[in-house]
Design a protein around this ligand. Structure first.
Ligand code: ATP
Length: 271
């Protein structure tokens, strides 16, 4: 069993230690939540996994890949997709258009390790794209059709049919979050990093989102790591919870174990 394996991850910004020797495993098919007070280092951990930030020290492996040696685009090609705390959609594009753009990585050539293969893959991909566009080869039509079918399938799965032709920027923040989840899913990832999926949602919508996240895991067979402050969402969906405080992991366990851990109650959950 592989999945995500983080060891002794450390990252500072000036004098602030945002992540301090954090280790964490996320096994295939699990839903693991990352919780902790503001500034605890949760987003920094996501940004290190996505390779937006370089860790100062430590390792991050996903299946056979050493993510620390990769750039952000390569991480996407290993099968990891993510959503963002503040939503990063193309606001003037419709929902469907955003989902078509989100599939770009699906049609990239398979990732191989090493610098030579990175350059070779990029060259092969560029050649294929230019050649296919110029000649309108059937491959290009097939890929376009497949992309549209996948987008429609995910739109239906997430109940976005009524808004699929509306520009993303015209939708409520909660629906935009849902569209970001859709965009992550159309890339057919093996793992999704969800950054605060519940922000902007009402209490009733939280319950529904929990069911959606569990069904995404089951139907799309993806592993999910989620950063979230809403405990009404975290507790029922998580197989395990990891708690950060001032960059350090202070607890890890099942929802029941974490909920009754005195250090977690003191640092975050309260009485
Ligand atoms: P929140 O729940 O508020 O989103 P968080 O747990 O995600 O918080 P991070 O955003 O990871 O916390 O921040 C951890 C610490 O690192 C904070 O003290 C933050 O100010 C600092 N930090 C994060 N990114 C940067 C950056 N790019 N430059 C400087 N400091 C940063």
């Amino acid at each position: 069993m592989t999945g995500l394996e983080i060891r002794e991850l450390t990252r500072s910004f000036g004098g602030i230690i945002a992540l301090d020797d954090v280790s964490l495993d996320v096994h295939p098919g699990e839903i693991v939540s990352l919780i902790g007070p503001n500034g605890a280092g949760k987003t920094t951990l996501f940004n290190c996994i996505s390779r937006i930030y370089d860790p100062d020290r430590g390792s991050i492996r996903f299946d056979d890949y050493d993510l620390v040696k990769m750039g952000p685009d390569d991480v996407v090609n290993t099968g990891i997709a993510r959503t963002f705390q503040n939503v990063e959609l193309f606001k003037t594009m419709t929902v469907i258009q955003n989902l078509l753009v989100g599939q770009h990585s699906r049609f990239s050539p398979p990732l191989r390790k090493g610098l030579f293969w990175r350059h070779a893959n990029a060259a092969i991909h560029a050649f294929r794209e230019v050649f296919a566009c110029a000649a309108r080869l059937p491959t290009s039509w097939r890929e376009e059709r497949l992309a549209r079918d996948t987008a429609e399938e995910v739109v239906k799965f997430l109940g976005l049919e009524q808004v699929k032709n509306i520009p993303a920027g015209a939708l409520s923040f909660g629906i935009q979050k849902n569209v970001e989840l859709a965009r992550a899913l159309v890339a057919r990832p093996r793992m999704i990093l969800l950054d605060e999926p519940a922000s902007g949602l009402s209490h009733e919508e939280l319950g529904h989102l929990g069911e959606v996240i569990k069904s995404v895991r089951d139907e799309f067979r993806v592993t999910i790591l989620v950063v979230e402050h809403h405990m009404e969402l975290v507790m029922p969906i998580s197989d395990r919870i990891c708690v950060l405080n001032f960059g350090r992991k202070i607890a890890e366990g099942t929802p029941a174990e974490v909920q009754s851990n005195p250090a977690v109650i003191e640092a975050y959950l309260g009485e």
